[in-house]
Design a protein around this ligand. Structure first.
Ligand SMILES: Nc1ncnc2c1ncn2[C@@H]1O[C@H](COP(=O)(O)OP(=O)(O)OP(=O)(O)O)[C@@H](O)[C@H]1O
Ligand SMILES: [Mg+2]
Length: 360
């Protein structure tokens, strides 16, 4: 498969309101090309609105959104149509056509955007059905299958054009924990295979801890943080800690932000033995998942390492320590071991890695 590094997605100072309701403001973020990033944030902070803005379905009133260098907030409709072909998008609700069976739903982008023959289309659709565990269900209508299956069908459709940018809005919602792990593996495998730039919006803490190279978080109408996974996973920022541990204790409340008084009342309850709701206390970082053995090596890993080394001195101490540990663990021998002796050359194809960058 020929591979170009997935394209860069960059926003500069974007602000979005609906009427007088400000959703978020001044969001500047660069999704590193070909890496996997996750966007977290409490319900209603505008994650889906952000995703829809990235593909030009919603237009922010201020700021710019550059896709592959083109500002989609000012480009023509024709340019936007072309740029959309770079994307594969899984919307939060799956957004399948209710009157079409799964096969036709998944084939839709191929029929709309390519001149492929029906034989070729069938081959691709069947491949994606298999990838998402839906073989056999292709004749069913969206209304006849489970929520998790609809979600997977939406993902299959997002993948048919081998997109360079993949946006997935809560891909895990409605999936059981086992399917969620398979899905996580699938996203990393895809990243290894086509080097797509991936953004995952999720509430799933496991997924956030184990899948992305970079993590960001929206809260109180701001992008509170975005950076290498180690930065958020070791952060002392109360909102980040609370979210990653799924506790009631912290600045995030059931509806709006909490005030100091409520935080104090809740803390007193927990101090008196009341359960805060979080199921586990994870301190530090659990290792990131890898692409499966037999897959090409994920080039994003090396690009990220080079990038992270460059910005290392700007990062908080705890993140630096965690990054150094992860760099130590990614020695050639360990990578070899992880990929097993059956694929010794797949593990470290040095020809495709710019040396200056890895050794940085
Ligand atoms: N088309 C729209 N018109 C008006 N308001 C909207 C529109 N789309 C979203 N909103 C509002 O924007 C805010 C953010 O919505 P959004 O769906 O982006 O949240 P979210 O972070 O994705 O939440 P969740 O985690 O529950 O999916 C909400 O208050 C929502 O009501
Ligand atoms: Mg949403």
């Amino acid at each position: 498969m020929e591979v170009g590094v997935g394209v860069e997605v960059r926003t500069e100072g974007v602000t979005k309101s609906f009427g007088s309701q400000r959703i978020w403001q001044d969001v500047s973020i660069t999704l590193p090309s070909g890496e996997v990033s996750a966007l977290l944030g409490p319900s209603g902070t505008g994650k889906s609105v952000f995703l829809k803005s990235l593909i030009g379905l919603l237009r922010p009133e201020r700021g710019s959104i550059f896709i592959d260098g083109t500002d989609i907030t000012t480009c023509s409709n024709k340019e936007l149509y072309e740029i959309r072909k770079l994307f594969g998008v899984l919307f939060q609700d799956g957004a399948l056509f209710g009157s079409m069976n799964l096969f036709d739903n998944i084939a839709f982008p191929l029929r709309e955007h390519t001149k492929k023959s029906e034989t070729e289309i069938k081959r691709i659709v069947m491949e994606k059905l298999e990838l998402t565990g839906l073989l056999g269900a292709e004749g069913k209508l969206p209304g006849e299958i489970s929520g998790g299956m609809r979600k997977r069908a939406g993902l299959a459709r997002a993948l048919v054009l081998d997109p360079q940018i993949i946006l997935v809005d809560e891909p895990d919602s409605g999936l059981d924990p086992v399917r969620t792990s398979y899905l996580a593996q699938l996203l990393l495998n895809i990243n290894a295979q086509i080097d797509a730039t991936i953004l995952i919006v999720t509430h799933n803490i496991n997924l956030a801890r184990t899948v992305p190279d970079n993590i960001g978080m929206l809260f109180r109408r701001q992008l509170v943080m975005f950076g290498p996974r180690e930065v958020l996973l070791t952060s002392d920022e109360p909102v980040v800690k609370q979210f990653l541990n799924g506790r009631m204790i912290g600045p995030i409340g059931m509806s709006e932000e909490k005030d100091e008084a409520q935080m104090a009342r809740e803390q007193a309850l927990v101090d008196a033995g009341h359960h805060h709701g979080g199921a586990e206390e994870i301190e530090g970082i659990i290792p990131q998942m890898k692409a499966e053995p037999g897959m090409p090596v994920r080039q994003a890993v090396f690009r990220r390492q080079a990038r992270v080394r460059e910005i290392m001195h700007t990062l908080p101490h705890a993140a630096q320590v965690a990054i150094r540990e992860s760099l130590d663990q990614s020695d050639d021998t360990q990578v070899m071991a992880a990929y097993g002796s059956e694929h010794p050359t797949a593990a470290f194809d040095t020809k495709t890695i710019p040396h200056g960058q890895i050794n940085g």
